[in-house]
Design a protein around this ligand. Sequence first.
Ligand SMILES: [Zn+2]
Length: 190
Amino acid sequence: MESPNGVSLEWFVQSSALTYILENVEGENGKEVAEVLAEEGETTSEEIANELGMKLGPVRSVLESLYEARATDFRRSRDDETGWISFYWWLNPSGALNYLARKKRSLLQKIKEKLQYERRTVFFACKNRCTKVEFDRAVELEFRCPECGGEMHRADNDGFVCSLEEKSEKLEGNFENRVREREGKAGGGI
Ligand SMILES: [Zn+2]
């Protein structure tokens, strides 16, 4: 079944994007709930609970967690006779993919800012590397490590800069993989 924006629900249920989102979903049946939604297209939490033999509360909390990541959407429907309000839920793959893309971009931005700061700042540390401080702070401390009392010297942070660069490249690479995956060309990780 296709969602309204053309992303296949079968693809989405098996995708690394959903796996990533489910890692932050409370409870253990997130995948099963998503599978029922993919099968049914649109359904209520009561029907999902019946189908999976689950209690209503855990089903609702999965649906709400998925909604926070924009992986589900819902509409309310009021029964004219009984006045009873039902919630109909469905999977929203493109909402989830956009949510993840935004999240990834903001993470990447944070790493890049940190990287810039690390590149342009001179740090001081003792030989045990208990902590590293900027020049002004090192002067205040009279170049004595606040933790071990050892003398502080100019510390090279190339290793840390390198690891940040790697992290940033990896994230950018994964981001490209996921875009390819979305286009159905590859099954890379998130
Ligand atoms: Zn120290």
